[in-house]
Design a protein around this ligand. Structure first.
Ligand SMILES: *Cc1c(COP(=O)(O)O)cnc(C)c1O
Length: 466
Protein backbone atom coordinates (compact mmCIF):
# COMPACT_ATOMS: atom_id res chain seq x y z
CA UNK A 1 0.00 0.00 0.00
CA UNK A 2 1.34 3.40 -1.02
CA UNK A 3 0.77 6.72 0.68
CA UNK A 4 0.74 10.23 -0.78
CA UNK A 5 0.73 13.72 0.66
CA UNK A 6 -2.32 16.00 0.53
CA UNK A 7 -0.04 18.70 -0.92
CA UNK A 8 1.32 16.68 -3.80
CA UNK A 9 4.80 15.50 -2.73
CA UNK A 10 5.91 13.29 -5.60
CA UNK A 11 7.60 10.41 -3.82
CA UNK A 12 5.44 7.42 -2.99
CA UNK A 13 5.96 5.99 0.45
CA UNK A 14 4.91 2.85 2.29
CA UNK A 15 3.31 2.45 5.72
CA UNK A 16 6.60 2.23 7.65
CA UNK A 17 7.91 5.39 5.98
CA UNK A 18 4.89 7.48 6.86
CA UNK A 19 4.67 6.00 10.35
CA UNK A 20 8.14 7.39 11.07
CA UNK A 21 7.68 10.66 9.19
CA UNK A 22 4.35 11.75 10.69
CA UNK A 23 4.02 15.05 8.86
CA UNK A 24 4.70 14.93 5.13
CA UNK A 25 7.89 16.60 3.99
CA UNK A 26 5.97 19.16 1.93
CA UNK A 27 4.00 20.14 5.03
CA UNK A 28 0.94 18.10 4.04
CA UNK A 29 -0.62 15.02 5.61
CA UNK A 30 -0.34 11.45 4.41
CA UNK A 31 -3.30 9.50 3.08
CA UNK A 32 -3.54 6.20 1.18
CA UNK A 33 -3.09 6.55 -2.55
CA UNK A 34 -5.81 4.01 -3.15
CA UNK A 35 -8.42 3.32 -0.50
CA UNK A 36 -9.03 -0.28 0.50
CA UNK A 37 -12.65 -1.44 0.51
CA UNK A 38 -14.65 -3.69 2.77
CA UNK A 39 -17.59 -5.44 1.13
CA UNK A 40 -20.80 -6.03 3.11
CA UNK A 41 -19.85 -9.70 3.14
CA UNK A 42 -16.43 -9.00 4.64
CA UNK A 43 -17.97 -6.84 7.32
CA UNK A 44 -20.52 -9.55 8.09
CA UNK A 45 -17.64 -11.94 8.63
CA UNK A 46 -16.37 -9.67 11.41
CA UNK A 47 -19.63 -10.19 13.39
CA UNK A 48 -18.23 -12.71 15.84
CA UNK A 49 -14.78 -11.22 16.18
CA UNK A 50 -13.55 -9.35 19.20
CA UNK A 51 -12.03 -5.85 19.29
CA UNK A 52 -8.46 -7.11 18.75
CA UNK A 53 -9.36 -9.20 15.72
CA UNK A 54 -11.36 -6.38 14.16
CA UNK A 55 -8.32 -4.12 14.68
CA UNK A 56 -6.16 -6.70 12.94
CA UNK A 57 -8.49 -7.24 9.97
CA UNK A 58 -9.05 -3.54 9.35
CA UNK A 59 -5.46 -2.37 9.80
CA UNK A 60 -4.05 -5.18 7.67
CA UNK A 61 -5.64 -3.59 4.63
CA UNK A 62 -3.73 -0.36 5.22
CA UNK A 63 -0.43 -1.86 6.26
CA UNK A 64 -0.16 -4.51 3.56
CA UNK A 65 2.97 -6.62 3.68
CA UNK A 66 5.01 -4.00 5.50
CA UNK A 67 4.56 -5.88 8.75
CA UNK A 68 3.94 -9.60 8.62
CA UNK A 69 0.57 -10.87 9.82
CA UNK A 70 1.80 -12.72 12.87
CA UNK A 71 3.85 -9.74 14.02
CA UNK A 72 0.97 -7.29 13.52
CA UNK A 73 -1.37 -9.54 15.48
CA UNK A 74 1.14 -9.77 18.30
CA UNK A 75 1.62 -5.99 18.41
CA UNK A 76 -2.13 -5.35 18.53
CA UNK A 77 -2.73 -7.97 21.24
CA UNK A 78 0.12 -6.74 23.41
CA UNK A 79 -0.99 -3.13 23.07
CA UNK A 80 -4.60 -3.78 24.00
CA UNK A 81 -3.72 -5.96 26.99
CA UNK A 82 -3.34 -2.83 29.09
CA UNK A 83 -7.00 -1.87 28.73
CA UNK A 84 -9.04 -2.38 31.87
CA UNK A 85 -12.27 -3.41 30.17
CA UNK A 86 -12.31 -6.92 28.76
CA UNK A 87 -14.17 -5.82 25.62
CA UNK A 88 -11.55 -3.02 25.26
CA UNK A 89 -14.25 -0.51 24.31
CA UNK A 90 -17.46 -0.65 26.31
CA UNK A 91 -20.87 -0.03 24.76
CA UNK A 92 -23.36 1.15 27.37
CA UNK A 93 -27.05 1.61 26.48
CA UNK A 94 -28.54 4.89 27.73
CA UNK A 95 -32.06 4.45 26.34
CA UNK A 96 -33.82 2.34 23.71
CA UNK A 97 -32.10 4.30 20.93
CA UNK A 98 -28.94 5.70 22.55
CA UNK A 99 -25.59 4.16 23.41
CA UNK A 100 -22.45 5.49 25.05
CA UNK A 101 -19.23 4.17 23.55
CA UNK A 102 -16.79 4.37 26.45
CA UNK A 103 -13.31 4.94 25.09
CA UNK A 104 -11.63 5.65 28.39
CA UNK A 105 -10.55 2.22 29.56
CA UNK A 106 -6.95 2.66 28.44
CA UNK A 107 -4.01 3.49 30.71
CA UNK A 108 -4.45 7.29 30.52
CA UNK A 109 -8.25 7.39 30.52
CA UNK A 110 -8.86 9.11 27.18
CA UNK A 111 -9.75 7.78 23.72
CA UNK A 112 -6.27 8.66 22.47
CA UNK A 113 -4.95 5.48 24.13
CA UNK A 114 -6.91 3.35 21.64
CA UNK A 115 -4.64 4.35 18.79
CA UNK A 116 -1.50 5.50 20.60
CA UNK A 117 -0.86 2.28 22.52
CA UNK A 118 -0.69 0.43 19.21
CA UNK A 119 1.21 3.21 17.42
CA UNK A 120 3.87 3.25 20.16
CA UNK A 121 4.53 -0.44 19.65
CA UNK A 122 4.41 -0.18 15.87
CA UNK A 123 6.99 2.59 16.05
CA UNK A 124 9.20 0.55 18.33
CA UNK A 125 9.00 -2.45 16.02
CA UNK A 126 9.76 -0.38 12.91
CA UNK A 127 12.63 1.53 14.52
CA UNK A 128 14.26 -1.68 15.69
CA UNK A 129 13.95 -3.16 12.22
CA UNK A 130 15.47 -0.08 10.62
CA UNK A 131 18.03 0.34 13.42
CA UNK A 132 16.91 3.92 14.03
CA UNK A 133 16.19 6.06 17.06
CA UNK A 134 13.82 9.02 17.33
CA UNK A 135 13.27 11.95 19.65
CA UNK A 136 9.58 12.71 20.01
CA UNK A 137 8.71 16.27 20.98
CA UNK A 138 5.21 17.51 21.58
CA UNK A 139 3.04 20.07 23.32
CA UNK A 140 -0.05 19.01 25.19
CA UNK A 141 -3.16 20.65 26.61
CA UNK A 142 -3.62 17.54 28.69
CA UNK A 143 -4.65 14.25 27.09
CA UNK A 144 -2.27 13.78 24.15
CA UNK A 145 0.84 14.07 26.29
CA UNK A 146 -0.25 11.46 28.80
CA UNK A 147 -1.30 9.01 26.08
CA UNK A 148 1.97 9.50 24.17
CA UNK A 149 4.10 9.11 27.29
CA UNK A 150 2.41 5.90 28.33
CA UNK A 151 2.66 4.52 24.80
CA UNK A 152 6.41 5.22 24.58
CA UNK A 153 7.71 4.61 28.08
CA UNK A 154 10.44 2.00 28.61
CA UNK A 155 11.26 1.77 24.91
CA UNK A 156 14.91 2.28 24.05
CA UNK A 157 14.29 3.23 20.41
CA UNK A 158 12.72 6.52 21.39
CA UNK A 159 12.87 9.36 23.87
CA UNK A 160 9.99 11.71 24.57
CA UNK A 161 9.90 15.39 25.59
CA UNK A 162 6.40 16.64 26.40
CA UNK A 163 5.72 20.29 27.16
CA UNK A 164 2.64 21.32 29.09
CA UNK A 165 1.49 24.81 30.17
CA UNK A 166 2.31 25.12 33.88
CA UNK A 167 -0.76 25.14 36.10
CA UNK A 168 -3.13 25.07 33.14
CA UNK A 169 -3.98 21.37 32.99
CA UNK A 170 -5.90 19.37 35.58
CA UNK A 171 -3.98 17.67 38.38
CA UNK A 172 -5.02 14.20 37.18
CA UNK A 173 -3.91 15.04 33.64
CA UNK A 174 -0.55 16.26 34.92
CA UNK A 175 0.06 13.34 37.22
CA UNK A 176 -0.72 10.81 34.51
CA UNK A 177 2.35 12.26 32.75
CA UNK A 178 4.69 13.23 35.56
CA UNK A 179 4.44 10.10 37.68
CA UNK A 180 5.66 7.87 34.87
CA UNK A 181 9.06 6.67 35.98
CA UNK A 182 10.98 5.90 32.81
CA UNK A 183 14.42 7.00 31.67
CA UNK A 184 13.26 7.99 28.19
CA UNK A 185 10.43 10.29 29.34
CA UNK A 186 10.92 14.00 30.02
CA UNK A 187 8.15 16.27 31.27
CA UNK A 188 8.55 20.02 31.00
CA UNK A 189 6.18 22.61 32.46
CA UNK A 190 6.42 25.88 30.57
CA UNK A 191 5.55 29.17 32.22
CA UNK A 192 3.03 30.08 29.55
CA UNK A 193 -0.10 28.74 27.90
CA UNK A 194 -0.66 25.91 25.43
CA UNK A 195 -0.09 28.17 22.41
CA UNK A 196 3.31 29.16 23.83
CA UNK A 197 4.22 25.48 24.18
CA UNK A 198 3.16 24.82 20.63
CA UNK A 199 5.16 27.74 19.28
CA UNK A 200 8.27 26.39 21.00
CA UNK A 201 7.74 22.93 19.50
CA UNK A 202 7.31 24.36 16.02
CA UNK A 203 10.53 26.33 16.43
CA UNK A 204 12.45 23.31 17.71
CA UNK A 205 11.33 21.26 14.72
CA UNK A 206 12.79 23.69 12.20
CA UNK A 207 15.89 24.82 14.11
CA UNK A 208 18.76 23.99 11.68
CA UNK A 209 21.20 23.41 14.53
CA UNK A 210 18.89 20.84 16.14
CA UNK A 211 17.90 19.27 12.85
CA UNK A 212 21.45 18.06 12.41
CA UNK A 213 21.60 16.65 15.92
CA UNK A 214 18.22 14.92 16.31
CA UNK A 215 15.80 12.67 14.46
CA UNK A 216 12.71 14.55 15.55
CA UNK A 217 9.31 12.98 15.31
CA UNK A 218 5.77 13.94 16.32
CA UNK A 219 3.02 11.78 17.64
CA UNK A 220 -0.01 14.04 17.39
CA UNK A 221 -3.05 13.21 15.30
CA UNK A 222 -1.38 14.20 12.06
CA UNK A 223 0.16 10.71 12.06
CA UNK A 224 -1.83 8.47 9.73
CA UNK A 225 -1.42 5.44 11.99
CA UNK A 226 -3.45 7.18 14.67
CA UNK A 227 -6.28 7.88 12.25
CA UNK A 228 -6.17 4.26 11.13
CA UNK A 229 -6.50 2.75 14.61
CA UNK A 230 -9.28 5.16 15.53
CA UNK A 231 -11.45 3.65 12.78
CA UNK A 232 -11.58 0.38 14.75
CA UNK A 233 -14.11 1.47 17.35
CA UNK A 234 -16.48 2.68 14.63
CA UNK A 235 -16.35 -0.81 13.11
CA UNK A 236 -16.71 -2.35 16.56
CA UNK A 237 -19.85 -0.29 17.36
CA UNK A 238 -21.61 -0.90 14.06
CA UNK A 239 -20.83 -4.61 14.24
CA UNK A 240 -21.88 -5.11 17.85
CA UNK A 241 -24.94 -2.87 18.19
CA UNK A 242 -28.19 -4.44 17.09
CA UNK A 243 -30.24 -1.82 15.30
CA UNK A 244 -32.42 -2.07 12.24
CA UNK A 245 -31.71 1.49 11.16
CA UNK A 246 -28.31 2.93 10.36
CA UNK A 247 -26.58 4.48 13.36
CA UNK A 248 -25.53 8.10 13.86
CA UNK A 249 -22.30 8.84 15.75
CA UNK A 250 -21.81 11.98 17.79
CA UNK A 251 -18.16 12.87 18.29
CA UNK A 252 -16.71 15.54 20.61
CA UNK A 253 -14.26 17.20 18.24
CA UNK A 254 -11.18 19.39 18.29
CA UNK A 255 -8.50 18.51 15.79
CA UNK A 256 -10.97 16.62 13.57
CA UNK A 257 -8.95 13.42 14.13
CA UNK A 258 -11.54 11.22 15.80
CA UNK A 259 -14.45 12.21 13.57
CA UNK A 260 -12.26 11.99 10.45
CA UNK A 261 -11.52 8.39 11.43
CA UNK A 262 -15.27 7.78 11.38
CA UNK A 263 -15.37 9.29 7.91
CA UNK A 264 -12.59 6.93 6.82
CA UNK A 265 -14.52 3.94 8.20
CA UNK A 266 -17.50 4.94 6.11
CA UNK A 267 -15.37 5.63 3.06
CA UNK A 268 -13.98 2.10 3.11
CA UNK A 269 -17.36 0.44 3.37
CA UNK A 270 -18.74 0.55 6.91
CA UNK A 271 -22.49 1.21 6.84
CA UNK A 272 -23.83 3.89 9.15
CA UNK A 273 -25.78 7.14 8.93
CA UNK A 274 -24.01 10.42 9.68
CA UNK A 275 -21.29 11.73 11.93
CA UNK A 276 -22.13 14.61 14.23
CA UNK A 277 -19.25 16.96 14.80
CA UNK A 278 -19.80 18.26 18.33
CA UNK A 279 -17.81 21.35 19.25
CA UNK A 280 -17.57 23.71 22.20
CA UNK A 281 -17.56 27.49 21.65
CA UNK A 282 -14.45 27.07 19.45
CA UNK A 283 -16.91 26.40 16.69
CA UNK A 284 -14.80 26.46 13.55
CA UNK A 285 -15.89 22.94 12.55
CA UNK A 286 -19.59 23.54 13.07
CA UNK A 287 -19.54 26.84 11.16
CA UNK A 288 -17.68 25.10 8.35
CA UNK A 289 -20.15 22.21 8.19
CA UNK A 290 -23.28 24.31 8.44
CA UNK A 291 -22.29 27.42 6.46
CA UNK A 292 -19.22 26.52 4.41
CA UNK A 293 -17.13 29.24 6.05
CA UNK A 294 -13.91 28.99 8.02
CA UNK A 295 -12.82 31.98 10.06
CA UNK A 296 -9.56 31.80 12.00
CA UNK A 297 -10.23 33.27 15.41
CA UNK A 298 -8.24 33.21 18.62
CA UNK A 299 -8.82 30.30 20.97
CA UNK A 300 -11.41 30.54 23.75
CA UNK A 301 -10.47 28.59 26.86
CA UNK A 302 -13.33 26.36 27.94
CA UNK A 303 -14.17 23.56 30.39
CA UNK A 304 -13.44 21.11 27.55
CA UNK A 305 -9.77 22.00 26.96
CA UNK A 306 -9.06 19.05 24.64
CA UNK A 307 -11.39 20.64 22.13
CA UNK A 308 -9.99 24.18 22.37
CA UNK A 309 -8.45 24.38 18.94
CA UNK A 310 -8.02 27.15 16.42
CA UNK A 311 -7.52 25.29 13.14
CA UNK A 312 -8.22 21.53 13.21
CA UNK A 313 -5.18 19.92 11.62
CA UNK A 314 -6.93 16.93 10.09
CA UNK A 315 -9.30 19.09 8.04
CA UNK A 316 -6.64 19.06 5.36
CA UNK A 317 -7.23 15.34 4.82
CA UNK A 318 -10.91 16.03 4.22
CA UNK A 319 -10.05 18.98 1.92
CA UNK A 320 -8.22 16.51 -0.29
CA UNK A 321 -11.52 14.72 -0.95
CA UNK A 322 -13.49 17.94 -1.09
CA UNK A 323 -11.20 19.23 -3.85
CA UNK A 324 -11.42 15.89 -5.67
CA UNK A 325 -7.78 14.91 -5.03
CA UNK A 326 -6.45 18.04 -6.74
CA UNK A 327 -3.51 18.98 -4.54
CA UNK A 328 -3.18 22.28 -6.35
CA UNK A 329 -6.52 23.40 -4.90
CA UNK A 330 -5.68 22.07 -1.44
CA UNK A 331 -2.53 24.19 -1.48
CA UNK A 332 -4.27 27.23 -2.86
CA UNK A 333 -7.13 27.18 -0.38
CA UNK A 334 -4.82 26.69 2.59
CA UNK A 335 -2.62 29.60 1.50
CA UNK A 336 -5.67 31.80 1.17
CA UNK A 337 -6.94 30.71 4.56
CA UNK A 338 -3.68 31.65 6.28
CA UNK A 339 -3.45 34.94 4.43
CA UNK A 340 -7.02 36.21 4.88
CA UNK A 341 -7.90 34.16 7.98
CA UNK A 342 -11.01 33.18 6.11
CA UNK A 343 -12.10 30.64 3.55
CA UNK A 344 -15.43 30.16 1.79
CA UNK A 345 -16.55 27.16 -0.19
CA UNK A 346 -19.36 26.90 -2.73
CA UNK A 347 -22.82 25.37 -2.28
CA UNK A 348 -21.95 22.17 -4.05
CA UNK A 349 -19.09 21.56 -1.64
CA UNK A 350 -21.23 22.39 1.38
CA UNK A 351 -23.60 19.69 0.14
CA UNK A 352 -20.74 17.25 -0.06
CA UNK A 353 -19.76 17.96 3.55
CA UNK A 354 -23.34 17.59 4.69
CA UNK A 355 -23.58 14.22 2.98
CA UNK A 356 -21.36 12.92 5.77
CA UNK A 357 -21.58 15.34 8.67
CA UNK A 358 -23.96 17.24 10.88
CA UNK A 359 -22.48 19.72 13.34
CA UNK A 360 -23.46 21.60 16.47
CA UNK A 361 -21.69 23.82 18.95
CA UNK A 362 -22.53 23.45 22.64
CA UNK A 363 -22.19 26.07 25.40
CA UNK A 364 -20.57 25.50 28.80
CA UNK A 365 -23.93 25.79 30.52
CA UNK A 366 -25.43 23.10 28.30
CA UNK A 367 -22.36 20.94 28.96
CA UNK A 368 -22.69 21.18 32.73
CA UNK A 369 -26.44 20.56 32.53
CA UNK A 370 -25.89 17.46 30.43
CA UNK A 371 -23.48 15.92 32.98
CA UNK A 372 -26.24 16.42 35.56
CA UNK A 373 -29.01 15.09 33.34
CA UNK A 374 -27.15 11.86 32.57
CA UNK A 375 -26.24 11.43 36.21
CA UNK A 376 -29.84 11.80 37.38
CA UNK A 377 -31.43 9.69 34.62
CA UNK A 378 -28.80 6.99 34.10
CA UNK A 379 -26.70 7.11 37.27
CA UNK A 380 -23.66 7.41 35.06
CA UNK A 381 -20.98 10.07 35.51
CA UNK A 382 -19.65 11.47 32.25
CA UNK A 383 -16.81 13.87 31.53
CA UNK A 384 -17.44 17.34 30.05
CA UNK A 385 -16.15 16.41 26.55
CA UNK A 386 -18.55 13.48 26.40
CA UNK A 387 -21.33 15.80 27.58
CA UNK A 388 -20.69 18.09 24.60
CA UNK A 389 -21.17 15.10 22.29
CA UNK A 390 -24.42 14.05 23.94
CA UNK A 391 -25.80 17.59 24.02
CA UNK A 392 -25.03 18.13 20.33
CA UNK A 393 -26.50 14.72 19.50
CA UNK A 394 -29.74 15.31 21.35
CA UNK A 395 -30.20 18.76 19.80
CA UNK A 396 -29.86 17.38 16.30
CA UNK A 397 -31.56 14.02 16.70
CA UNK A 398 -35.08 15.04 17.63
CA UNK A 399 -36.70 12.06 15.92
CA UNK A 400 -34.74 9.54 17.96
CA UNK A 401 -32.67 7.86 15.35
CA UNK A 402 -30.31 5.20 16.80
CA UNK A 403 -27.25 7.09 18.00
CA UNK A 404 -23.86 6.34 19.55
CA UNK A 405 -22.20 9.05 21.66
CA UNK A 406 -18.46 8.68 21.75
CA UNK A 407 -17.22 9.10 25.30
CA UNK A 408 -13.71 10.47 24.93
CA UNK A 409 -12.48 10.73 28.52
CA UNK A 410 -13.02 9.32 31.99
CA UNK A 411 -14.81 11.82 34.28
CA UNK A 412 -12.04 11.61 36.90
CA UNK A 413 -9.74 13.53 34.55
CA UNK A 414 -11.91 16.62 35.06
CA UNK A 415 -13.04 16.38 38.70
CA UNK A 416 -13.73 20.08 39.30
CA UNK A 417 -16.19 20.48 36.44
CA UNK A 418 -17.96 17.26 37.39
CA UNK A 419 -18.19 18.41 41.01
CA UNK A 420 -19.65 21.71 39.88
CA UNK A 421 -22.33 19.87 37.97
CA UNK A 422 -23.39 17.01 40.25
CA UNK A 423 -21.91 18.14 43.55
CA UNK A 424 -19.76 15.06 43.93
CA UNK A 425 -16.29 14.09 42.79
CA UNK A 426 -15.87 11.21 40.33
CA UNK A 427 -13.65 8.35 41.56
CA UNK A 428 -10.49 7.39 39.77
CA UNK A 429 -10.53 3.85 38.34
CA UNK A 430 -9.27 1.20 40.73
CA UNK A 431 -5.85 0.76 39.15
CA UNK A 432 -5.16 4.50 39.50
CA UNK A 433 -6.65 5.06 42.92
CA UNK A 434 -3.27 6.13 44.37
CA UNK A 435 -2.34 8.33 41.38
CA UNK A 436 -2.47 11.61 43.26
CA UNK A 437 -0.06 10.28 45.87
CA UNK A 438 2.53 9.01 43.39
CA UNK A 439 5.84 10.80 43.13
CA UNK A 440 6.06 13.39 40.36
CA UNK A 441 9.03 14.32 38.24
CA UNK A 442 9.10 17.32 35.91
CA UNK A 443 11.19 20.34 35.11
CA UNK A 444 9.82 23.89 35.03
CA UNK A 445 11.33 26.14 32.39
CA UNK A 446 10.50 29.76 31.81
CA UNK A 447 9.08 30.86 28.48
CA UNK A 448 12.43 31.26 26.75
CA UNK A 449 13.34 29.37 23.58
CA UNK A 450 17.07 29.11 24.31
CA UNK A 451 16.51 27.72 27.80
CA UNK A 452 14.24 25.04 26.33
CA UNK A 453 16.71 24.25 23.58
CA UNK A 454 19.59 23.92 26.04
CA UNK A 455 17.53 21.64 28.23
CA UNK A 456 16.85 19.38 25.28
CA UNK A 457 20.52 19.24 24.30
CA UNK A 458 21.57 18.48 27.86
CA UNK A 459 18.93 15.87 28.70
CA UNK A 460 18.79 13.93 25.45
CA UNK A 461 20.46 10.54 25.23
CA UNK A 462 20.15 10.50 21.46
CA UNK A 463 21.75 13.83 20.57
CA UNK A 464 24.36 13.39 17.84
CA UNK A 465 27.70 15.09 18.16
CA UNK A 466 28.20 16.98 14.96
C1 LIG B 1 -8.32 14.84 22.00
C2 LIG B 1 -9.66 14.88 22.61
C3 LIG B 1 -10.79 15.31 21.90
C4 LIG B 1 -10.71 15.83 20.49
O1 LIG B 1 -10.41 14.84 19.55
P1 LIG B 1 -9.90 15.25 18.07
O2 LIG B 1 -9.46 13.98 17.47
O3 LIG B 1 -8.79 16.23 18.28
O4 LIG B 1 -11.07 15.87 17.38
C5 LIG B 1 -12.03 15.25 22.54
N1 LIG B 1 -12.15 14.84 23.80
C6 LIG B 1 -11.08 14.44 24.53
C7 LIG B 1 -11.28 14.01 25.94
C8 LIG B 1 -9.81 14.43 23.96
O5 LIG B 1 -8.75 14.04 24.69
Amino acid sequence: MNYISTRGEKKKLNFSDILLLGLARDGGLYIPQKWPKFSAKEIKRLKNKNYNDIAFEVSRKFIGNEINKKELKKIINNSLKKFSNKEVAKIRPLSHYEWLLELYHGPTLAFKDYALQIVGNLLNYTLKKKKKKITIIGATSGDTGAAAIDACKNKNTMEVFIFHPKGKISEVQRKLMTTVNSKNIHNIAIDGDFDDCQKIIKKLFVDPDLKSKFNFSAINSINWARILFQTIYYFFSVIKIKSNKNIIFSVPSGNFGNVYSGYVAKKIGLQFDKLIIATNSNDILSTFTNKGVIRLKSIKHTITPSMDIQLPSNLERFFFDLFKSKTKYVNKSLKKLFKYKRMDINKEKIKQIQKFFYAKSVSEKETINMIKEIFIKNKVIIDPHTAVGIAAGRKLNKNKHPIVYISTAHPSKFPDIVKKSINQYPDLPRNLIDLLKRKEKYETIELNYYKVKNYLLKQSNFVKNV
